[in-house]
Design a binder for this molecule. Structure first.
Ligand code: ZN
Ligand code: ZN
Length: 681
């Protein structure tokens, strides 16, 4: 995976469906393309210089490195430029019509500039997107130098303050004009337009494009200092690899210079935090060509973080009355037939495996296994609630082109759980899930959530009463919890209502993570199960009248998947894990190798006390310190002749600076208590 691939480009990676929208976009009404994580109308970006200070309950990363003269660390922070304003509210296409008009106009201005400089270039489409716009051209490959020339030409067009003039023409007239300028792609676009008449926009009297608007009135309404061309990439016409490879130029455009600056800073920060880069630099994980795309290798340091997450996850679940399960990664295809997955989830599943003439299937979900365990016993209404949880690894088919670091993979471990309960227990159970979710997320400093409650869609299955009961139970649980939430009317899956929760990271980005769904088991447990098919898993309990009933099943995940959550954590902390989570908590550094023996002694003591420590030597001390900073080690215990003599260490904290000399036992107890309390040293 190319490391240079920016987070933004990836967040703009389009599905074929979106591409279709893009393609139609210039000709239709406003089509909003939301890329990635931002759905909110106004995005508030808390921007931090050096961005170590997270507003979290974990104070391990509370302050800037005050004494960092370390060139590696400085180099690491380079590119952030001067400190930007503390908080900038960036408008979005949804929140600012003016911005949307600017971006759309910019796409045309860029196309005009390109054709001026490269008369042979053929135009295709140019929509606005999340942070700006792009336009695809059929032309020779462009370089960064070309982008500068194109931007200069755009500036000239903007400077001339040309009017944008709308004209309606007949289909025949549009055809005639397109033929006259020999634009074959425009002809294809024209063919796909359903509505008549056709609208054309002119820039001055010099250039025109098929478009339905909206635009600014004059090119001069664009602030040229708020526009930047960002990159050029190959893109297939209509996203089809069998079609012509085009040159796609991405640009960003804002209402004013301050917004552009804030955006560029945000982008730089996001790049600095890119989990794929940090994953490599800090030796946390890899995805290897030899093994295949989307399959994650957790290296020792990444595995430590995962183990800590898993341990604390298990502990909290046990405290909340869950039983833990382990179930197989494969099962007979018949099981997936019964569950309905083979009929309705097949496109997300891998080909089957033959074992002794029987077909087996890698699991895409854990639910059927948990149902199988439930079914091993007869259940009475008195047994409920039954809560089972599993860190269940599943495999789902993803197109190779859509794979993205830890965010989109082919094999991942869900922190899955199912609660079997009675109808009148739904609310309390959901409330319990909300509490547990908060408890887990707060550990990592995620205290801001965007919560959605999705209700019954028009096409839904299942009895009205259970929909109503489940939906109001979800709502009551949220009200009870005191969380504000948005109701997505009709946005639920057709088999049950759901709550989903996005967490906000240190950069103000939102990440989908937890989901909670409730349904009755005669309603299915997976997406898109056809209810006209015969009963699937016949699961029941016996009620107080000795009659068989179907229980409610709540499906939930808190972190979503360990892989994705780890990726979010890396970016949230920018690789600077707090002490309790850091793969290596302390490095013991000798001033010269004469102190090595004592250093080993200290390290062994630390390890014996459960502190993740290692010795580093063989370089001069400043280099050892620099390397440790680069590896984001929270604590350094420096040892010179005096420390050996007095059986002490001199402690330096990544964010707290020099903490002075202390006896080894003190260092150990302070590190232990900071780890236990999840605070900084
Ligand atoms: Zn337009
Ligand atoms: Zn489930």
């Amino acid at each position: 995976m190319a490391a240079s691939h920016s987070l933004f480009a990836s967040s703009l990676k389009l599905t074929s469906n979106q591409l279709l929208h893009h393609y139609r976009c210039p000709l239709k009404r406003i089509v909003s393309i939301s890329g990635g994580f931002s759905r909110s109308r106004i995005r508030v970006l808390p921007l931090y210089h050096k961005a170590h200070g997270l507003s979290t309950t974990s104070s391990a990363v509370a302050t800037d490195s005050t004494d960092s003269t370390d060139s590696a660390v400085l180099a690491d922070d380079k590119g952030l430029g001067e400190a930007p304003p503390e908080k900038i509210v960036l408008p979005t296409n949804e929140s600012s019509e003016r911005l949307l008009r600017i971006r759309h106009t910019c796409a045309h201005v860029m196309a005009m500039a390109v054709q001026k400089l490269f008369p042979d270039a053929k135009v295709t489409i140019g929509p606005w997107i999340e942070n700006g716009f792009y336009y695809d051209f059929d032309m020779e490959p462009l370089t960064d130098k070309d982008l500068k020339r194109i931007k200069k030409e755009m500036d000239r067009i903007i400077g001339r303050n040309l009017p944008l003039i709308r004209e309606e023409v007949s289909r025949d007239e549009a055809q005639r004009r397109i033929m006259a300028v020999n634009e074959p792609y425009k002809m294809e676009i024209l063919d796909s337009i359903q509505e008549d008449p056709i609208t054309i926009y002119h820039i001055g009297g010099e250039w025109w494009d098929l478009c339905a608007g909206p635009h600014v009135e004059y090119t001069g309404n664009i602030n040229r200092k708020a526009v930047e061309l960002e990159s050029v990439a190959g893109a297939y016409w209509r996203g089809d690899e069998k079609k012509q490879m085009l040159q796609r130029i991405y640009g960003t455009a804002w209402e004013n210079e301050e917004q552009l600056k804030a955006y560029l800073h945000f982008k730089e920060e996001a790049k600095r935090r890119d989990h794929r880069r940090l994953g490599q630099d800090l030796d946390l994980f890899s995805i290897q060509d030899e093994a295949g795309g989307g399959l994650v290798f957790w290296h020792p340091k990444g595995a430590i973080v995962r183990r800590i997450i898993e341990d604390s996850w298990k502990k909290i679940h046990i405290e909340h009355g869950y039983d833990l399960l382990y179930t197989p990664h494969v099962a007979r295809a018949d099981l997936w037939k019964t569950s309905g997955h083979l009929d309705f989830y097949r496109e997300n599943m891998y080909s089957q495996i033959t074992i002794e003439d029987e077909l087996y299937q890698l699991r895409p979900m854990n639910c059927p296994y948990h149902i199988l365990i439930y079914k091993r016993k007869l259940h009475s209404y008195r047994d409920f609630p039954i809560r089972v949880a599993e860190l269940g690894t599943v495999y789902r088919y993803e197109l190779s082109g859509s794979l993205h670091g830890l965010f989109r993979v082919r094999g991942f471990t869900q922190d899955d759980a199912h609660i079997f309960c009675l109808e009148d227990q739904i609310k309390d159970e959901i409330r319990g899930v909300l509490d547990l979710t908060e408890e887990i997320l707060l550990q990592f400093g995620f205290s801001k959530y965007e919560v959605n409650l999705s209700t019954r869609p028009e096409k839904a299955v299942g009895a009205d009463d259970i929909w109503e009961k489940a939906t109001s139970a979800l709502r009551d649980a949220l009200d009870d919890k005191g969380w504000s939430y948005r109701i997505d009317e009709g946005g639920g899956a057709f088999y049950g209502p759901k709550i989903d929760l996005k967490i906000e990271d240190a950069l103000g980005r939102k990440w989908q993570c937890s989901t909670i769904q409730a349904n009755r088991l005669d309603l299915s447990f997976t997406k898109e199960v056809d209810f006209n098919l015969p009963q699937r898993f016949d699961i029941t309990y016996v009620d107080s009248n000795s009659e068989k009933q179907r229980p409610i099943m709540i499906h939930r995940a808190v972190l979503g998947s360990l892989e994705r959550f780890f990726g979010v954590l890396i970016e949230h902390y920018a690789g600077d894990f707090p002490l309790w989570l850091s793969p290596i908590q302390a490095r013991v550094l000798p001033v010269t190798d004469t102190q090595l023996e004592y250093c080993n002694e200290v390290t062994n003591k630390l390890k014996a006390n459960g502190i993740r420590a290692e010795v580093c030597h063989g370089e001069r001390l400043p280099k050892l310190i620099r390397n440790s900073e680069k590896q984001r080690i929270p604590l350094m215990a420096v040892v010179g002749p005096k420390e050996v003599e007095t059986q002490t260490v001199t402690v330096r904290s990544r964010f707290g600076g020099e903490l002075g000399t202390m006896i080894v036992e003190d260092f150990i107890s302070r590190t232990k208590s900071a780890t236990e309390n999840r605070t900084s040293f």
